[in-house]
Ligand binder design. Structure first.
Ligand code: ADP
Ligand code: MG
Length: 463
């Protein structure tokens, strides 16, 4: 067959393997629920860690005072201060600063990473304006958002299980990340108490609840992906402590590590995984989250170039570079509605150094982006269905007025409109019209920072 036909065969075959009919999504959700039960039953009982957050009370709105938060977990990290004014005044003032993490700090030593974090935090504190006044004689208190899997032993301690999302610092694994940060703060001469260690999903849930009392779960779709939800304490067999008074416990699912034979995985996914920093792990994350979507597109394009000379006789050298095609570029190509697809053309030229593409080639590339984004978005909707089903909120009972809100955050959800629309459409499709009306998706813009500060407030030593 000719080149074009061969290239279209590769694309078609990929599309077929990425199929996510509703029935399959229901199987994925049910498989996830099975794993949720197993993860709650015993430590190490499942690929889903179902980590106990030690958050058994969510913000009420009464929180008051000046609190800090630090959000470490992606390409950027953020420091934040927030002045909480209690029930009547709410959030009186907030300021944040975002700093990118140098790649060398993501794969070096624990001290190098935490020294960098502590230095940034110290600078932030030193530049404090007069609007933010810590009460005299009072130690500053911090909520530490750390979005990697951690087994906590209390609200303010926990050991790192493993890194994800491109971080790989061997000597930090197995360490208490709160102690690591506290030591770095001490080396820096920064006097601050780490009052709460929270996963970003847990922070997002707390921040979401502060704004909307119906929030019972949170999902992050950013560089990585994860979810948390409010579980009944008595439904956590592996919990051997006293039952919390609230009867509830927030669970950090670490859903990125979910895997199931029902997931539609292709040879490209297997290759991506095998060549990743964490082979065999975070399989669900690798098909739904922002770190990987563009890379999957690149891999398929690469195959089309190699086996069907899609871009001509030679394979464009840039195309062979892992991760050159980021998800933001993918999404800008996907949303290109110009008649001649000029955004696709300019991205191909700028990022991949490919020029002279035909309109049909560019159309095929848009279609490829659509296939990858659609699979990711629909599978993440299946994950949300699993949570709703586990909480018994996937049905409406006669006469009941139950409302359920899910706090969503992450750059992928926020900026990739086609992905978000597909996610929401699929969730409605899975739930049906009646139930969909009771479920609200709340976009929480960086709610995890505020959430961590709120949890620090509820753990304050001055209460
Ligand atoms: P993190 O997950 O690192 O804490 P964010 O929630 O801000 O940070 O998410 C950043 C991720 O969101 C990026 O890695 C990228 O994958 C994705 N993203 C950011 N902007 C866009 C965009 N315009 N289109 C698609 N994806 C985007
Ligand atoms: Mg984040």
């Amino acid at each position: 067959p000719g080149r074009w036909v061969k290239a279209m065969q590769i694309l078609k075959e990929f599309e077929e393997k990425c199929g996510t009919p509703i029935l399959k999504l229901r199987q994925v959700a049910d498989a996830m629920i099975v794993e949720m039960h197993a993860g709650l039953a015993s430590e190490g009982g499942s690929k889903l860690k179902m980590l106990i957050s030690y958050v058994d009370n969510l913000p009420t709105g009464d929180e008051e005072g000046l609190f800090y938060a630090l959000d470490l977990g992606g390409t950027n990290f953020r420091v934040l201060r927030v002045q909480l004014g209690g029930r009547t005044r709410g959030i009186v003032n907030q300021q944040f600063e975002e700093v990118s993490i140098p790649p060398s700090r993501m794969t070096g030593t624990s001290d190098a990473l935490f020294d960098y974090v502590a230095a940034t935090l110290a600078k932030f504190v030193a530049q404090e304006g007069s609007v933010f006044k810590p009460s005299p004689g009072r130690q500053r208190e911090l909520g530490f958002t750390f979005s990697f899997p951690v087994v906590q032993s209390s609200i303010a301690s926990g050991t790192l299980l493993k890194w994800t999302k491109g971080f790989s610092i061997d000597d930090a694994v197995g360490q208490d990340v709160v102690a690591e940060l506290a030591k770095a703060m001490e080396r820096r001469g920064l006097d601050m108490r780490i009052a709460a260690l929270v996963n970003d999903t847990v922070g997002t849930l707390a921040g979401g609840r502060y704004n909307n009392n119906n929030v019972v779960a949170s999902v992050i779709l950013g560089t990585g992906s994860n979810a948390a939800y409010v579980e009944c304490a008595h439904a956590i067999p592996k919990w051997h402590g006293l039952l919390p008074k609230s009867g509830q416990m927030v669970i950090n699912m670490e859903w990125g590590n979910f895997r199931s034979s029902h997931l539609p995985l292709t040879e490209y996914d297997h290759a991506l995984d095998a060549e990743s920093l964490n082979p065999g792990e975070q399989i669900y994350e690798k098909v739904i989250s922002g770190m990987y979507l563009g890379e999957i597109v690149r891999r398929v394009l690469c195959r089309m170039a190699e086996e069907a000379a899609f871009f001509g006789d030679t394979v464009p050298p840039k195309l062979k570079e892992p991760f050159v095609l980021g998800t933001p570029v993918m999404s800008s190509m996907h949303r290109d509605t110009s008649p001649d697809l000029k955004v696709v053309a300019s991205n191909l030229k700028d990022i991949l150094e490919i020029s002279n593409t035909s309109l049909n080639m560019r159309k095929a590339i848009v279609e490829l982006c659509n296939i990858v984004a659609t699979r990711g978005a629909r599978l993440s909707a299946a994950g949300v269905l699993a949570i709703l089903k586990k909480m018994g909120r996937d049905t409406v009972k006669e006469g009941e007025k139950q409302k359920t809100a899910i706090a969503m955050d992450g750059g992928l959800y926020e900026h990739y409109t086609e992905y978000r629309k597909c996610f929401e459409g699929t969730l409605n499709e899975l739930l049906g019209e009646e139930v969909s009306k009771t479920i609200m998706i709340e976009h929480s813009n960086d709610g995890s920072g505020i959430g961590a500060a709120l949890l620090a407030a509820s753990q304050s030593q001055y209460l």
